[in-house]
Design a protein. Sequence first.
Length: 292
Amino acid sequence: MNSTATTKIPTTEIEIIIEPKSRWLHIDWRSVVERRDLLFLLVRRDFVVKYKQTVLGPAWFIIQPLLMTLIFTVIFGNVAKIPTDGLPTVLFYLCGLLGWSYFAQVLSTSGATFTTNADLFTKIYFPRIIVPLAVAISNLFAFAIQLVTFIAFFAYFYFFTAAGETMTLSWSMLLLPFLILHIAVLALGVGFWLSSLTAKYRDFQMLQQFLIQIWMYATPIIWPLSQVPEAWRWAMALNPMAAVIESFKLILLGSGTVTLPFYAFSLFVSLAIFISGLMLFQRTERNFVDTV
C-alpha cells in the first residue's frame, strides 16, 4: 500500500505600503539614487526627442543663439545704439544669452512637469522630482555646446582684433559651474511654482512663455546694468537673474556691474524661491491626478 506524504511549505505574506510623505520639504534621495537608471533615461529622452525629427538636429543649439545675437546686434546695437560697456556687441549678447538660454529652457520645460507627464505619473510610482532634475541635467548638454560656440568667438576677438586689449582672462572663470548651479536652482524653483499652479489652473500655462519673454527684457542681456542709475539699481536686485547675467559678463568678459551684496541677495532670493516651490511641488504631487 503506497502512501503519499504531503508537506506544507510555509508562506510569508509580503505587504508593501505606499503612502504620502508626512513632510512637505522632504526629498527621498535614496529613491532618486535607486532609480538613477530612470533619471538617465529621462535625460536622454529630453535631449534626443527635442530634435529627433529635425534636419539640423543639435546644430539648433548653435543656430538659435547666433540668430538671436544677430538680431540683437542689428536692432539694439546698430539701430538703437545701446552701449555694451565697450565690449564687442557679438560677445556681449552671446555672453548674456549663454546663461539666459539655459535658464529659459529649464524653466519652460519644468514648468509643465505635471501636465506633460500626467500619463506617466498615473501608471507608475517614482519620485516626481526626477523629471525636473532630468530637465536641468539634459539642458546642460545644450549649454556646453553654446559655451563652445562662445569660446570660439571669444578666441577670435581676443587674439585677432583690437578688442582683445580690453578683454581679460582670469581665474574667476572657474566660478562658472557655481553660476550654472545658481541658474538651475532658480529655474527649478520657478518651474516648481508654475508646474504646481498649472496642474490646477491652466491659465499659468498660457502665461508661461509670456513671463519668460518679459523676464528676458527685464534682465541685462541686451543692455548693461551700468546704464541703470544708481538710485534705481535696488530695483534690479528684485530680479535674481540680473546679478547672475552680470556675473557671467564679469568672469567671462571682464566687465560687469555686480557687487558681492548684490549677488548674495540674488542667491538668497533664488534659494527662497526654490525651497518654497519645492514645498508646493511636493504638496501638489499628492493629489494632482484629480485635477490634471
